[in-house]
Design a protein. Structure first.
Lengths: 346, 346, 346, 346
């Protein structure tokens, strides 16, 4: 039986929990001034090949919203894809953290904001001066919410637009590792070299317990980030345990290995599914998240077999299958075998 | 060399990190609907001998502010001691979470809000109808910020006042364990039996990594708490790791054993200090936090010896010494020996 | 030369400024406890044939946002038409007053929210529990932002939907007078009898200087409204001057006479325009707001003639023409004559 | 019978209501881009002998809170006297507009913040870095809430402190006219020449209907003010009626004449009261607000005579008597005669 419900359902990688256990004894200064935290900050700078302001927090919603609030005033506008996590899955956390900024959403294939529509939406949204909002942030997700990757050129197109309008470009990177793994573009290529101002770099879905880094490449615009984190209640007292997670996550490129595995499982699943009649893909699904159209009875039959996965609320008749660093080939094969059998019966 | 800087500087108890490691493998539903979370909720109900709504979060600021915001409207007033954590150490997190409620502070020995002053402050604060605030919450800390314990009768006096005015009584219990340990009053006696509406029950300072429970005894007033937690970004996806910490924390009364040890170290320290000429106590200091007046040169000499502790910003010439579940008798003895030597030299 | 820019550009009706002048001498209790205010509250109850909670404020944005915030929590959702004033013209005031609720917009002809799309949007928006929002308010405008009227039956359809989902129905009535004038449906028919919970009843655009009433038919849900008004800074000290405006506005049905005149001018303009080749209507335009499609060169030529009106940002090639209580037939005729001449030349 | 309840209870000066009536006919662009508004902005610049950014609003709470929010981040601290209007009479409007900044209060004679206490409070408030607040604004009132005037030198002492700490100095000038009238210091002397960053310049209490100007001398720090005003719902559509009030208010120094009259009445009242045995002053009371200690039975007897005035909630046994531009000498005399009679009886 396969569990493709979410990479959030996976546990913690042994090396990460081990690193946490190693930090468990002894005293360390609280609130992020410990040595391990400083070291992780340096490792993040090395990884991204540039000086950064990096803040660690425990959840993805916190990482996204602290990042957005650092760039966006209460009368600002944030522009994202209609399928994005900040638009659908974070309650009104973006409004809380920004003090009431407004989110605008656009369409676009594979949950990549359509550039033309984005230009038009920004234009209209800010057109009435003080009566409207001040366009402040373009937010994309990489991986996108529909499992697609951005190329550096695609990202640069957004950042050029943002810069031309005095806006910032933010990336929700809850699955940034899956976007990097197995490709030739470096973390730097996919961020600041393409004009990105900040990235929420997720570890939780990819082997950590509760750890996300908000990585600001635009350091001068990040001066308020620490205070925003604190007043959100996201400054851990025993901060070294956020750092320990990231330390192990970065060690020997564990983050890439984990993501590579998840992607491979995802793509193995995809290639098997493509061979099954009646199965279609609702998005490009190029990493560890697959968006699959199938008849509801087939989905129900799979659930009855004990496989776990969710219907995707905004795309009719579409189901999301997510693989993770713990997914086994046997799960993939079992799932596909059951589906093949169902397809044949049907 | 002793580290009395903060119980936040301590690590994680072996049994707690072990429990987390045990949860690290395997899949579990995300966002708090897993079995371990349910079990912890039941254990908290058992511990408090009543039905409760319990939410787990990673930081004390989050626990306090989500609890306060559940009870207080944006035009409400929160009344606390001037030395309290919510008044001094959580930036403007209470304002963020409540949408802009106001905090009023009063004095009182040992950081226990003076009842008469409290009555008067509440009265004046709400006296001008819509022009002023709507008194909403009395917030006390147990242990208090100056290391004192409340008796059930003292708590009941606040809750009677709160009830008579349509207000709620909230306890910041970051060190609730230290208030319970070694005394005859049960957790129930110190909370709902004394009229408390909600408690933030801290584990982080007492052996956990990052885990606090917001325990609502007034369940009908707690309906919004979950949404407030989510929009604060405090709903962990891998929620079982909050639960695992609490599970081990409650197992075999580890929480009490840890707190008892911290208290014993604190009281050992206290009795040795009392015997040193020139050392005075600025508060009753009856658990694991001692507030000690000494000449600055002596404090500086102790720092030079390598001992760690902080000056307390709001009490002139006063230093805070905190013991924890990891403090060793040798630290206590070494610190006192050094101080005795300094006192003799002086 | 005609000024069809906005009914906001008109002045104050002589009877209203006269009433204000009459109130100018003598003393009166401040902050809305004066006799004139009480009398206006009673007159509003009479006008709507039911007991109401009525609050007066100086701007339409305040009236809308205080009304919405009274019904919507910070984690709530507000559903309105994409063309609505609250969605486009009030900056992030709705977010400010609600403490960060989210607005969702739907389409629909003539700026009437399409019911089917509304149902679907509400459904999806709240579908993910605490991860999404709590649907709270359906907000319609009558007149709509595109100059259309709602019938009581149409309104009832929204209120039934709202009630079935535990939501409230709010009407932005900046031009409510224009919706009532010359029709057989009473103010009661168009509000509480059709299930409306609250109405912002505008006077400013229709002859007053700065006066809007927030009329709550759902009184039990309105308990916080006064405090929300105060903390928004919208409780006038010399409140009798809000009351004086409304008093004169309601006297001898001045409000209806003004609106009737504006509507007649609008419909006179409409019938003449309909006879001009090449002019099309982008909405039903059944009162004092006309939405007209014409070639840009014609619009520019009209501007050069000295006529004032605006391009409508969200509808391509569409211009808004608004008549008011001060519009004269000669303006209408002059405008149409110029346009006819242009159409002939073209 | 005298009405010393509040200068808010007075009406509108004939010249001001006349100016409003003159503006009532004809069309004008909405939202503050009309000619009269521009002219008032220039007149304010002339009055203050410097370039300013001036925004008009309808209430004092709005003026204060928009001004404060322009200077203070959500994690900032505002420091004011414990008797100040922003601390006691504006509900949680300061918190709403700043997005949750915190107010700190200090004591001091005559409601002038004690400098030493201010320094100490700012120091402690910001001492714990991100755990505490970022001191942002010192706010004083001139007149103070207890009817005292500041000299330019006194103001400069606050501004020097503010500047030395990177903070701003804000003046609540609801009764600024009363502070200027009859003294030799100019508006410029009492504001920017003494280092003031912004002033809310009140007209409502001094003859206008509903009009306050937020005058920013620190223009570069005022860039967000317009958007903050709009999202508070305080941008009037028929803005010329705010401008008309100010225009008449400034014409021929009506503002000074009104304030001078109010002050003279106040000082006449004061000198008569000083001669009555048993009457004491709780503050310096040097303009149009007197704070008088008298036995409660005497106050009650005066109320029974039909005189109107309020007990001051925060000063025991103290009553506030306020004169305004409409107070007549006969009221003053009648009040004092009654009190003298009571004093003799007693």
């Amino acid at each position: 039986m396969a569990n493709f419900g979410s990479d959030n359902a996976s546990g913690v990688h042994p090396k990460i929990i081990e690193a946490m256990a190693l930090s468990a004894s002894g005293m360390a200064p609280a609130y992020g001034v410990d040595e391990l935290t400083k070291s992780v900050e340096q490792r993040l700078a090395s990884l991204f090949e540039t000086d950064v302001t990096a803040l660690l927090v425990g959840t993805g919603t916190a990482a996204n919203c602290i990042g957005l609030a650092t760039f966006c005033s209460p009368f600002g506008g944030i522009f994202a894809h209609a399928e994005s996590h900040i638009a659908n899955d974070e309650s009104t956390a973006p409004e809380l953290y920004t003090g009431g900024a407004r989110q605008f959403t656009v369409g676009g294939d594979d949950a990549k904001p359509n550039l033309e529509e984005l230009v038009q939406k920004i234009d209209v949204s800010g057109a009435r001066g003080v009566h409207s909002v001040e366009p402040a942030v373009i937010a994309i997700s990489n991986l996108t919410e529909l499992g697609a990757r951005f190329s550096p050129d695609e990202i640069a197109a957004y950042s050029e637009l943002a810069k031309s309008l005095g806006m910032k470009l933010f990336i929700d990177g809850a699955r940034f590792a899956n976007a990097v793994a197995g490709e030739s573009d470096s973390p730097a290529d996919l961020t600041w070299r393409a004009g990105v101002d900040a990235l929420s770099f997720g570890a939780t879905k990819n082997g950590a317990m509760a750890a996300e880094a908000i990585v600001f490449f635009n350091k001068s615009a990040a001066v308020n980030a620490e205070r925003i984190r604190k007043r959100g209640g996201h400054l851990w007292s025993k901060h070294r345990f956020l750092a320990a997670q990231f330390d192990a996550f970065l060690d020997d490129d564990l983050w890439l290995a984990n993501a590579r595995h998840a992607n491979q499982m995802g793509q193995s699943l995809k290639s098997q599914l493509q061979a099954i009649p009646g199965i279609e893909f609702a998005s490009v699904s190029e990493a560890n998240e697959l968006f699959v159209r199938m008849p509801k009875p087939q989905a129900e039959a799979l659930w009855e077999c004990g496989h776990a996965f969710y219907e995707w609320p905004s795309l009719e008749g579409t189901y999301r299958l997510v693989t993770s660093f713990t997914t086994e080939q046997a799960e993939v094969d079992a799932f596909c075998a059951d589906l093949r059998a169902l397809a044949t019966d049907g």
